[in-house]
Design a protein around this ligand. Structure first.
Ligand code: T46
Length: 134
């Protein structure tokens, strides 16, 4: 099972008024964006995620604050800190994710390639491992 995680940077349009970043399907986001959601007011001592997806492709970035994203794939577990609106993570294939260490002001923005589908989730870690190494 192929899984892939890569860092992705976005071009800032900066001028005397501040900064702007545009996220565009099939340009700087390598899929058609079908859904956008954001996690905010997350418990600073809490954790979210604890699942993998079968089909979903995502880009995750913090438009405010920071958090850590633990990603487990065939390459092992890698922890990424998201702390910039101009740097995100592209997550594709079967990757187990856990989000932790949320700052109080964290707004984690997620761009997704599919509409919400509970059937696309793997919540059982053993099942995830079986699929990953099948
Ligand atoms: C992911 C990480 C980064 C919806 O109704 N629509 C949606 O599009 C989503 C994403 C969730 N929900 C409902 C389902 C639950 O009742 O919102 C509630 C919280 O969702 P969940 O427990 O899945 O949240 P996280 O933070 O564990 O995971 C979410 C995404 O579900 C997941 O795709 O990769 O953020």
């Amino acid at each position: 099972m192929i899984s892939n995680v890569s860092e992705i940077s976005f071009l800032e349009k900066a001028d005397g008024r501040g900064k702007l970043i545009a996220l565009e399907s099939s340009l700087n986001i390598p899929f058609d964006i079908k859904r956008v959601y954001y996690l905010y007011d997350s418990n600073v001592d809490g954790a979210r995620g604890f699942h993998a997806h079968i089909k979903l492709r995502q880009v995750l970035l913090c438009v405010s604050g920071s958090c850590k994203v633990h990603l487990e794939s065939s390459a092992g577990v890698v922890v990424h800190e998201l702390n910039s609106p101009s740097h995100g993570l592209l997550v594709e294939g079967v990757v187990w994710r856990e989000m932790k260490n949320f700052s109080k002001d964290c707004v984690l923005l997620v761009l997704a390639s599919e509409l919400y589908d509970e059937q696309d989730y793997i919540h059982d870690h053993d099942q995830f491992k079986n699929i990953l190494f099948s």
